[in-house]
Design a protein around this ligand. Structure first.
Ligand SMILES: [Zn+2]
Length: 399
């Protein structure tokens, strides 16, 4: 304690020694003046100067610190700006991605709607119960459909869900279409026709290979197999069911007895062997002759040996010919329903008495009409179902 106070006194003495009372003589034009500068005054000036120096140093320090802080802040702001720019870019990418995916989804939905309209008309009831029953098994399988970046905000996932629903719908539709096509195939085969050849011929006539649908924007890349398979399946169902509808299974005249069979027989005029290209139905003159299937009347007139003839085109390469008629009740170009009267029975041409000569031609070749006329009930059931669908499409004018 004493040493400290001694030290302090020592410094005080040294400080005091710096400031001595001064008397300054100033002589001007012979006059002498005294200027007294006291030690106390000197000390005050020194203290004020020291205070000013300290103040200046403090201010400079503050400015420096302020500058350093501002630099830090500038760095922070720049960092924030960079983050904002990155976020903007991410949002822009997200928007592009969402917009493109939405465009693809809309396009695919349009395609699905079009296919549905073309195949089932506008009536939702046109798809039979199988369509509703089909989904469970197929829908259970997880569908990898999302074309969106999984790191994107959850709102974007709504589109992915929509995509999944779309694919699930395509899967259900495909199952229903395949089931119908399979039934039609069995029925067509039972009628002695070749389902594979029918579809291939129709495909060749249609021109070009199937192009599985892909989104224009290219975002919805993960298309499920159902969507791609749908177009081919619809085409196959269409060909087979339209063939069934075109099959002339209706009685061409309301008479029971068939007087003559298809194939080789003895010619009633020459007695020699001759090919009989159709079936003969015996009945009174004027008996109504009915279209055996829906179609378009393409010939009304005379043909050598056949006498008066009407021909009806049923599509799918199937044509029926009605001969030896006594009169016509239809004109060329008329659309006729199955069972609609087109002519009257007669005995014109090479005929030995009133009867109908009924021919069925498949791609220009005469085939035995018996297999169509004697179609089994299960085949006729599938045919009726097909006629209902094709009819509903025709009614809604989708085709
Ligand atoms: Zn005949």
């Amino acid at each position: 304690m004493s040493s400290k106070s001694t030290g302090l006194r020592h410094w005080r003495q040294r400080f005091d020694a710096l400031f001595q009372d001064h008397e300054i003589f100033i002589r001007t034009h012979g006059h002498v003046r005294f200027l007294r500068v006291s030690a106390v005054w000197q000390k005050r000036v020194a203290l004020i100067a020291a205070a000013a120096l300290l103040f200046w140093a403090g201010t400079m320090l503050a400015v420096l610190i302020n500058q350093l802080l501002t630099a830090d802040e500038r760095a922070a702001v720049a960092q924030q700006q960079a983050a904002a720019t990155a976020a903007e870019q991410r949002i822009a990418r997200y928007r592009d991605s969402v917009a493109e995916t939405a465009a693809d989804l809309a396009e695919r939905q349009d395609q699905l709607d079009e296919w549905y309209r073309e195949s089932f008309g506008a009536e939702p009831g046109a798809v039979t119960g199988e369509a509703a029953a089909a989904p469970a098994a197929d829908a259970a399988a997880p569908l990898k459909t999302s074309a969106l970046d999984p790191s994107l905000p959850p709102e974007a996932q709504a589109l992915a869900q929509l995509e999944t629903r779309q694919e699930a719908f395509a899967t259900r539709l495909l199952a229903a279409v395949n089931e119908r096509a399979a039934k039609a195939e069995t029925a067509v085969a039972a009628l002695g026709l070749n389902p594979g050849a029918l579809v291939r011929n129709a495909q060749a006539g249609r021109g070009g290979p199937f192009i599985p649908y892909r989104g224009k924007m290219g975002q919805a890349k993960a298309l499920g197999p159902s969507f791609a398979a749908l177009e081919g399946a619809l085409f196959r169902m269409e060909v087979l069911e339209r063939t069934l509808v075109a099959v002339p299974s209706g009685q061409p005249a309301d008479v029971l007895m068939m007087s003559s069979g298809f194939g080789y027989r003895s010619d009633p005029f020459t007695g020699g062997g001759a090919m009989h290209a159709g079936l003969d139905f015996r009945g009174p003159i004027g008996t109504p002759i009915l279209a055996a299937a829906p179609g378009k009347v393409v010939f009304v007139g005379q043909k050598s040996g056949y006498g008066n003839v009407v021909e009806v085109d049923h599509g799918q390469g199937i044509l029926t010919r009605y001969a030896h008629l006594s009169g016509f009740t239809a004109t060329v170009g008329k659309q006729v329903a199955a069972g609609e009267q087109i002519a009257k029975m007669g005995s014109t041409g090479r005929s030995t008495g009133s009867h109908l000569h009924f021919e069925v031609r498949l791609n220009g070749v005469a085939v035995n009409p018996r297999r169509f006329l004697e179609a089994k009930a299960d085949v006729l059931e599938v045919k009726a179902d097909a006629r209902e669908r094709v009819g509903s499409v025709a009614r809604t004018g989708a085709r």
